[in-house]
Design a protein around this ligand. Structure first.
Ligand SMILES: NC(=O)c1ccc[n+]([C@@H]2O[C@H](COP(=O)([O-])OP(=O)(O)OC[C@H]3O[C@@H](n4cnc5c(N)ncnc54)[C@H](OP(=O)(O)O)[C@@H]3O)[C@@H](O)[C@H]2O)c1
Length: 294
């Protein structure tokens, strides 16, 4: 089985990838401070020392609002570092797997975005992620860019854990109903990555090279944040702890933030399922499963 280097093992997705990729045996998983993506040379040394057959990059600068003030740092982590990873993967004849975001779109389309739709990010985070995608494409090689959306985990600070917390502290909640996308449980994304690598077999570069490119991969179906929050409360494994009685719909414009977010950024994942023969489960089914695991 291929030797895998996982970067970003402590992130939402990285934590799940660490588990999903473990059965491959030869897995080295790193995160800050063992690697610091601001220091590209350290990346060179680590990758040359390990010489992995597959590099999976779960690192990212994901602070959407802070990115407005830290554009250079966000660009270093979301674009310069992935470019170098892609170059190193080409040098080693390895596979490079990277993740991107629905925030590359401006959210003005009225049906789910496909891979050939023109990106137009509204904020720095989306701009730096788009720059990362373009850099990887420019380098080429055996790469996959999996563009995903509204990633959550039951560990740490995600929309799901926030809603569960608010429901225990407040009797009424106001949740926006004009932001719409595909909630994606990070475990499903990690499992899908593992399935791809299992299918790619012992010499993955050739198999991935034949299918290389950009794919949308997110929970099937889509919802507004309001609908998502309603389901989170419905599937809450400890509903007796909730004191919330009502959720009121709100508008994004009522909660000004430094970075603008796309309103409708649902992703159409048909290209992925047409190519690889499977898809992520419906977002509601995945949420239910995630909540059963609490
Ligand atoms: N979260 C979402 O809603 C969402 C939506 C669409 C797409 N995505 C994409 O999905 C992927 C995974 O996202 P996620 O939610 O799992 O992200 P995350 O939880 O923020 O994890 C990112 C990881 O990268 C690490 N990292 C950041 N700066 C670093 C540096 N200078 N050197 C080394 N490591 C560094 C972080 O470490 P620290 O914690 O120490 O900074 C963290 O472990 C990313 O490509 C993201 O853009 C996410």
């Amino acid at each position: 089985m291929p030797g895998i280097l996982l970067l970003g093992k402590f992130g939402q997705l990285g934590w799940e990838l660490h588990r999903s990729l473990a059965p491959f045996g030869e897995l080295v998983a790193l995160d800050f401070p063992e690697i610091d993506l601001k220091d590209i040379e350290s990346l060179d040394k680590i990758i040359h020392d390990i010489r992995p057959q597959v590099i999976v990059n779960a690192t990212a600068y994901t602070a959407v609002d802070r990115a407005e003030d830290e554009a250079e740092l966000a660009m270093a982590i979301n674009s310069h570092a992935p470019r170098r990873m892609a170059e190193l993967a080409v040098d080693l004849d390895s596979v490079f797997i990277h993740y991107s975001t629905d925030y590359v779109f401006d959210g003005t389309k009225e049906n789910p975005y496909i891979e050939t739709d023109t990106p137009n990010p509204l904020g720095m985070y989306g701009k730096t992620k788009l720059a990362g995608e373009m850099a990887i494409k420019e380098v080429g090689g055996a790469y996959l860019i999996l563009r995903t959306s509204w990633v959550y985990s039951l560990r740490g600070n995600s929309f799901v854990t926030k809603v569960l917390g608010w429901a225990r502290e407040q009797t009424s909640l106001r949740i926006v109903d004009d932001q719409i996308s595909n909630p994606t449980w990070c475990r499903m994304l990690a499992e899908a990555t593992a399935i791809l690598l299992a299918r790619a077999g012992p010499n993955p570069a050739g198999w991935i090279q034949e299918r290389c490119g950009l794919y949308h991969l997110a929970g099937s179906g889509y919802a507004s944040r309001m609908e998502w929050a309603q389901k989170i409360l419905e599937y809450d494994p400890k509903p007796k702890e909730q004191i919330v009685q009502k959720i009121h719909p709100a508008q994004t414009s009522e909660f000004p933030t430094p970075a603008r977010r796309p309103l409708f950024s649902a992703l159409n994942c048909d290209r992925f399922s047409d190519t690889f023969g499977f898809n992520l489960p419906h977002w509601e089914d995945a949420l239910k499963l995630a909540m059963e695991n609490v």
